[in-house]
Design a protein around this ligand. Structure first.
Ligand code: C5P
Length: 234
């Protein structure tokens, strides 16, 4: 896998004027940019995707679909027309919904979101009645049986998931990553880029350490260079 595919930059901004300089300066270093609910809702999905494609980037459409199978099928068909590199559905939508997404994804990769990293043991137990480890595993197995291309999970879930032979072929995309020089901010129990790749992550989603780097790092370009340097020898 190319080094440029190892990092996906999260563009957590609310308009294209803020996204534009980031895509322009970071495109020589990464292929793919993640756009989430903030930008998609503020600007409109087709406009956001077109803008990144015109700037030469690929798109991870982080819409986290969670709906009935018929609606998931229709939304996936609409996404397939945008020709994004990847998009995602919540595994908690159920296997039938994920199968519908697989059948309608076109050339895009489909990722299943397991347990949101913001949910701790207590919240997971409250919502699902079981531990994070067992729910993540069950969601991952459902997603694999539905035929998805990959999972979105915390780096700390990787050792659990990689024990299962039937999950080894799936891409594992992990947020919750912080270089040692960056603030953890609201991310809990973070892994460094090197740790996450060594734990088995396919690609890392990183936002603020790159888009709003600490003062001593100065620029997004310096931040991405340092991160690529950290993982280049693995
Ligand atoms: O700025 P930071 O590196 O924390 O950004 C991480 C990105 O990954 C954000 O866009 C966030 O919404 C997303 N994300 C996450 N945890 C998840 C799923 C997505 O942090 N479980």
């Amino acid at each position: 896998m190319e080094l440029k595919d190892r990092i996906i930059v999260a563009l957590d901004v609310d308009n294209l004027e803020k996204a534009k300089p980031l895509v322009e300066i970071l495109s020589p270093y990464v292929h793919c940019f993640k756009v989430g609910l903030e930008l998609l809702t503020s600007v409109g999905a087709p406009q956001v995707v077109k803008f990144i494609h015109q700037a030469g980037g690929q798109v991870f459409f982080d819409g986290k679909f969670h709906d009935i199978p018929n609606t998931i099928a229709a939304a996936s068909r609409a996404i397939s027309r945008l020709e994004v590199k990847m998009f995602n559905v919540h595994a908690s939508s159920g296997k039938e919904a994920m199968i519908n997404a697989v059948q309608n994804k076109g050339n895009s990769k489909l990722l299943a979101v397991t347990i949101l990293t913001a949910l701790d043991e207590e919240s997971c137990n409250h919502i699902y009645g079981v531990s994070v480890a067992s729910k993540v595993r069950q969601f991952a197995l459902d997603a694999s049986e539905a035929g998805v291309d990959g999972l979105v999970c915390s780096p700390k879930d990787l050792s659990n998931l990689l024990q299962d032979e039937s999950l080894k072929h799936l891409m594992k995309i992990t947020p919750g990553v912080r270089p040692t020089w960056a603030d953890a901010q609201d991310q809990k129990r973070v892994f460094t880029p090197r740790e996450a790749i060594l734990a088995g992550a396919t690609s890392l989603v990183i936002g603020r350490p790159i888009t709003r780097p600490p003062r001593e790092i100065k620029t997004p370009v310096e931040a991405i260079r340092r991160i690529l340097d950290e993982i280049s020898s693995i």
